[in-house]
Ligand binder design. Sequence first.
Ligand code: TRP
Length: 337
Amino acid sequence: MKTILTGDRPTGKLHLGHFVGSLRERVKLQNSGEYDKIFIMIADAQALTDHADNPATVRENILNVALDYLSVGLDPAKSTIFIQSQVPALFELTAYYLNLVTVSRLERNPTVKNEIAQKNFETSIPAGFLCYPVSQAADITAFDANIVPVGEDQAPMLEQTREIVRKMNELYGEVLVEPNIFLSSNETCRRLPGIDGKAKMSKTLGNCIYLSDDAKTVAAKVKEMYTDPLHIKVSDPGHIEGNVVFTYLDAFCEDKKTVAEMKEHYQRGGLGDVKVKKFLLEVLEEVLTPIRQRRTDYEKNPAAVMEILKAGTAAANEKAYEVLRRVKRAMKINYFE
Ligand code: TRP
């Protein structure tokens, strides 16, 4: 069996960084027909680990993220889209896995460490937040997933999941499937910079192009995109390193030959930023137009989207419960069976 599981926290709308880093790959994997099962999770319980005081944000963004999924081409006939908090087996599994992980190991998890610094938690780290890698291990193993397509920042989560799996299997017999991370093969796509040239596109940094942005907004954002500050006159030789416009062309333009020629011309001098940006905007619009069309259709009928999530959640519950029973049997805590 080849099974995929992945997901996102519903804390905001998804952006181009999510798209090239993971969403686009998921759609390709989905449409390759090579996978027996695909589970896509809206990780609301994980989002609550650092939004306990603001559940409304999480609640609102469930529909936003679902719309983002459906508009990029995730197809409910092929992929099971579901809501994490509505699958109780995940929380039972988490409880058992927590006994196999030390607090110091969690504190060393690089992603968690980064986030703690970013959020200024300092000494007031919510216990649920510190432990979310364990709940993520439950998310992955509850579906017997062997392939987890995610952005590069999630690599430490996969590492920690694999450790938990090995420990479980060592203690209770071969009960869990060890998953592998699946990263985008395009280096540029693994970490898309923001339109301001900062290393990462992120909601908090306010440097995103959202999948739900309209054409006018995208045009304005491309216009203000960071290029080469030393490239003043069109005739000046320009730099392409750190020049976001070229980075985005690498991530989005299929026509690699044209991009290579433009880079060469820009570096030689004589190619203006306005022209390159105009080309990038065309490339982006080609990607975003069909996404917007699908969104418009689904947006008209939010009840139908909720039905998709409901049906997906029922299917997810069935699978996760089956795995939970297998785990409890392996742990010999199936007293009444
Ligand atoms: N941690 C992921 C994020 O921040 C979301 C997530 C939760 C996830 N559970 C998962 C991703 C399981 C992959 C597999 O976006």
